[in-house]
Design a protein around this ligand. Structure first.
Ligand SMILES: Cc1ncc(COP(=O)(O)O)c(C=O)c1O
Length: 373
């Protein structure tokens, strides 16, 4: 996987990658940066995780049990499903690539703007790709026009809530879409990587209860965002039994390491951490939505742990200039040059804890004010 969009591009292909950006903008390698570019829960990982991992190290001397029974049972219980509907994966990223592998050589549709790995996984597995654009600035999806574009498509990839727009297709629109796609024989893959960040009702927000009614639906999950464990790699796929077995056939053996697999059940049992995260979201997200809007920025209403923003026409600063000024002020946000449909015009900023968020707003305020002088 390349670190950059292209060999000559200054823009990294993913969030983070501060070193390369600092070098490009002529800033010292030790320039202090707060990372608003990665959409991770600022409250995690749960405090007990490091001690707990240390105690599991002896298990590294053995291969993990290939069926990951305890982890799959914990996930199944969490979603009120049977373990046969669960495949544990090496991050949500592996689940995306397995979903593409299942449709190798067929025709896929992806939404733009959305997470770029769907298209990359499809290319890797020889699928042809049609892009279906969500219109700026509200990026809402119209089910009827989407369905009209799916008549010769085998599999549709959707992200819910969507990265990078933070918009959520509501449940009734999803049911309409699932009915329409069932009728035309188009598989629907929904990436729920950020579903736990929707809010108080995140359990209800997942489409997992619909799996029994719609066997052409597949759900992809990440456990790295909510629990702040991207380095550990942990995710899963939910689908009907046949699809789970077929996906497993494409998965390398022992794809999920012992530490990650053993951690699933205790993570899902940590209700206090989940409640604390929901309280943070319930207070910081509306506060930040208001604060960013009051700065005169365009702000896409968010149902996730990040915001898509851009300077409004009245603000005499380009998005790239704002990105650079923020970097100089010690704030790293996510550029949008490699999100199809955004053309670099927007910035994605993660929601962090209250002091960090306040600092972001203060720096933005100063930069937007200075550009008017
Ligand atoms: C929408 C979406 N899905 C999946 C992933 C992959 O997550 P994981 O770390 O679980 O592989 C990401 C990571 O940024 C993402 O943004």
């Amino acid at each position: 996987m390349s670190q950059f969009m292209s060999p000559s591009s200054p823009w990294p292909a993913h969030g983070g990658q501060a070193e390369a950006l600092l070098a490009h903008f002529g800033l010292p390698a030790d320039h202090r940066l707060e990372d608003f570019s990665a959409n991770l829960n600022p409250l995690g990982p749960p405090a007990w995780v490091s001690d707990w991992l240390a105690k599991q190290l002896a298990g590294l001397e053995r291969y993990p049990a290939p069926d990951y029974a305890a982890a799959r049972q914990a996930i199944a219980t969490h979603h009120q499903l049977q373990p046969e509907h669960v495949l544990l994966t090496n991050g949500g990223a592996e689940a995306i690539f397995l979903a593409a592998a299942l449709h190798a050589g067929k025709r896929a549709a992806v939404i733009t703007p959305s997470f770029g790995e769907y298209a990359r996984a499809c290319r890797a597995h020889g699928l042809s790709i049609s892009e279906i654009a969500l219109p700026a600035p509200d990026f809402t999806l119209d089910v009827d026009s989407l369905t009209a574009g799916l008549s010769d498509i085998d599999v549709l990839f959707l992200c819910r809530p969507n990265n990078p727009t933070a918009t959520l297709i509501d449940m009734s629109a999803m049911e309409d879409l699932l009915n329409n796609t069932a009728a035309i024989g188009c598989r629907v893959v929904v990436d729920e990587a950020f579903i736990d960040m929707v809010g108080e009702t995140s359990q209800e927000a997942s489409l997992a209860p619909l799996l029994a009614r719609y066997p052409h639906l597949m759900l992809l999950h990440s456990m790295t965002k909510f629990y702040t464990l991207p380095g550990l790699r942990l995710g899963y796929l939910l689908a009907d039994v046949t699809t789970v077995q077929a996906a497993q056939d494409h998965q390398p053996p022992w794809s999920v390491n012992h530490l990650a697999a053993e951690l699933v059940a205790p993570l899902l049992a940590d209700d206090a951490f989940a409640r604390r995260t929901q309280r943070w979201l319930a207070s910081e997200r509306p506060r930040m939505a208001q604060a960013l809007t009051q700065l005169g920025l365009e702000v896409v209403p968010s149902q996730a742990c990040f915001f898509l923003i851009r300077p409004s026409a009245a603000q005499e600063i380009t998005t790239d200039a704002l990105f650079e000024q923020l970097l100089r002020q010690g704030i790293l946000v996510r550029h949008s040059h490699n999100f199809a449909g955004l053309n670099g015009e927007w910035l994605r900023v993660a929601l962090r804890d209250e002091p960090d968020n306040r600092r972001l707003v203060n720096v933005l305020k100063k930069e937007l004010h200075d550009c008017l002088r």
